[in-house]
Design a protein around this ligand. Structure first.
Ligand code: SPV
Ligand code: MG
Length: 309
């Protein structure tokens, strides 16, 4: 479903000529006329699998990257650790990554330093949410608090002044609905974040229907694209969201959840049966592992450089 141009701000997509910088690719996906889809990845392998499936951009999720390291999504990973992990993802794929930068890891100063370093590492854009540091995952059943509009706008302004590529995407995410604030507060915040320089607004909801998102989209001034994360309102047809003006959808955690389910099933079976009988049929082949890590390239390079394999 194509985007309605009137709901996508004033962005004019550049003509695609050859290989565009990653930041430009991400801007094109979020701000351009077609609906954008970002797939979650939590390491280099899941990034490559998403790219192979056809995704044109990735979501580096704080929830799934933390979980893959056995940690809570509560700023237990430092930003330097997160960036190191995401660098491995960047090396593994040719598509842009929107990095989930939580609430910015501190004040405007820390966040703007992070934005410079993220840009240097090849991150195409970052998303920050208007919660306090340390933040906790939106679905955690605990009280959550919003940052002041002023402090959050300071981070947005400082980030835009410190981006190293002109197309670097700063997605400002409001958690107003998640913490139980009303639509009016959500709109005031989104407008302020746009005025501070945000390139897109992510409006998050933990409702099991899309009614909050649709109400927001109905009232939004359409100056900047709307990004959503339909984890809890997963049954909502994509067309319902895009017809309401949503620009980009993030499938935020499904690669890790698929992997966990599969690993739990297989390890439980092997533990119980104390043999590998019948297991091969339900796991990927070693050849697939070689293919995902490009083993054939190493074998060809070995022949080329050493003259033998
Ligand atoms: C994430 O994927 O880490 C997100 C989205 O921030 S959510 O888990 O819905 O908060
Ligand atoms: Mg997150």
């Amino acid at each position: 479903m194509p985007k309605d141009h009137s709901k996508s701000g004033t962005y004019t997509a550049p003509p695609i000529t050859g290989h565009l910088p990653l930041a430009t690719q991400l801007r094109h996906i979020i701000c351009g006329p077609e609906t954008g889809f970002l797939m979650e990845a939590h390491n280099a392998l899941s990034a490559r699998i998403a790219e192979n499936a056809g995704f044109k951009a990735l979501w580096a999720s704080s929830l799934t990257i933390s979980a893959s390291m056995g940690l809570r999504d509560a700023n237990e990973l430092t930003w330097t650790q997160s960036l190191d992990l995401i660098s491995g993802m960047i090396d593994a794929v040719g598509i842009p990554i929107l990095m989930d930068a939580d609430s910015g890891y501190g004040d405007f100063n820390i966040f703007s330093r992070f934005v410079r370093k993220a840009g240097e590492r090849g991150v195409a854009g970052v998303c920050i949410e208007d919660k306090l540091f340390p933040k906790i995952n939106s679905f955690a059943k605990t009280e959550q608090h919003l940052a002041s509009v002023n402090d959050f706008c300071a981070k947005i302004r400082a980030a835009k002044d410190n981006q190293i590529h002109p197309d670097f995407m700063l997605v400002a995410r409001t958690e107003a609905l998640v913490v139980g604030a009303d639509l009016e507060e959500t709109l005031v915040r989104a407008e302020a974040y746009y005025e501070a320089g945000a390139d897109a607004i992510l409006v998050h909801s933990k409702s099991n229907t899309a009614h909050e998102i649709l109400a927001f989209a109905d009232k939004w001034s359409n100056k900047a694209p709307i990004v959503v994360v339909p984890t809890t309102y997963a049954d909502t047809p994509t067309d319902t969201l895009t017809n309401a003006g949503v620009s980009t959808l993030i499938w935020a955690n499904h690669s890790l959840r698929a992997a966990i389910r599969s690993m739990e099933d297989i390890t439980a079976r092997i533990f119980k049966q104390q043999s590998l009988n019948g297991i091969d049929a339900d796991v990927t082949s070693i050849e697939d592992v070689f293919s995902l890590t490009d083993m054939s390239e190493l074998i060809a390079a070995t022949k080329r450089y050493q003259g033998h394999s």
